[in-house]
Design a protein around this ligand. Structure first.
Ligand code: NAD
Length: 248
């Protein structure tokens, strides 16, 4: 597949920052966009924090980390530079109408062969691709949190997605040393379809009077890396609630 040389990420929140770091670490130029400089600063601080952890663990030297960051990451509050992008990954608020409007807008600023990808956890890829000028370049590339550590990435082609776009998506995920799984679109895709009923059950236990700490402790004793309720906190209760509502 044709390699991705220039990438762009929309949204510098929890996921956007993690995905931007992944590009940067693999030495792919990445342009990070958010609505204002204050939020962008938070995003860049999160990216630098991951590099700092690597320096601490001695997986990179200080100068290697600094070189990777400065050579690859740039920030913007508009679409400047997006016309050079081969791939754009959107990681903004989980709202179908907002995402659709943003993708329509992006189409005016990018080349015809630029892949448009969404990191949505729960929204319909087919629905999101409707109304685009070139829906064949639209795809879901769903990373998990924390994006720098979680190995699995779901790839969800839109119904009209071209085979070339699918293979390029697989290839970039492999370049990030992640494991891509191709998933046919359905509510929750693969992981959340299995995970959310388990999390919802934990919430039901809380409703029935069980202690949050006890539930998490038992799940961890059972072998889960993190209790279901701590996991909700990490992901964000708002995000979890939205995904659960979509599944319902
Ligand atoms: P977040 O709230 O941490 O970050 C969203 C960012 O998008 C904010 O910084 C916001 O300012 C920015 N934003 C909003 N509108 C924008 C626009 N028009 N242009 C540019 N930036 C804009 O959210 P998050 O947790 O990173 O989630 C982002 C997406 O990733 C959602 O679709 C979510 O479902 C998905 N996701 C989240 C997780 C998770 O664990 N939180 C995991 C996988 C996927």
């Amino acid at each position: 597949a044709k390699p991705v040389i220039n990438a762009a990420v929309l949204g510098s929140g929890l996921m956007g920052a993690g995905i931007t770091w992944l590009f940067s670490y693999r030495q792919i130029k990445v342009r990070l966009k958010d609505v204002d400089w204050k939020v962008l600063l938070k995003g860049t601080q999160a990216i630098k924090k991951i590099y700092k952890q690597m320096i601490k663990r001695r997986s990179l030297t200080k100068s290697q980390a600094s070189m990777r960051y400065t050579k690859t990451v740039s920030t913007t509050t508009d679409y400047s530079g997006f016309n050079h992008s081969d791939l754009i990954i959107e990681a903004i608020v989980e709202d179908l109408n907002v995402k659709k409007a943003v993708f329509k807008d992006i189409e005016k600023h990018v080349r015809k062969n630029c892949i448009l990808a969404t990191n949505t956890s729960s929204l319909s890829i087919a629905e999101m691709s409707k109304g685009l000028r070139y829906p064949e370049r639209f795809i879901g590339i769903h990373f998990f949190s924390p994006a720098n550590r979680m190995p699995l990435v779901e790839i969800i082609p839109s119904p009209t997605c071209s085979p070339d776009v699918i293979s390029r998506a697989i290839s970039i995920v492999k370049k990030m040393k992640k494991t891509p799984v191709i998933v046919k679109e359905c509510p929750g895709f693969l992981v959340n379809r299995i995970l959310i009923p388990y999390v919802v059950e934990a919430v039901r236990c809380v409703e029935e009077g069980a202690k949050i700490t006890k539930i998490d402790q038992l799940a961890e004793q059972f072998g889960m890396p993190l209790g279901p309720l701590s996991l909700c906190d990490e992901v964000g209760l708002d995000v979890r609630y939205k995904v659960a509502t979509v599944l319902e």
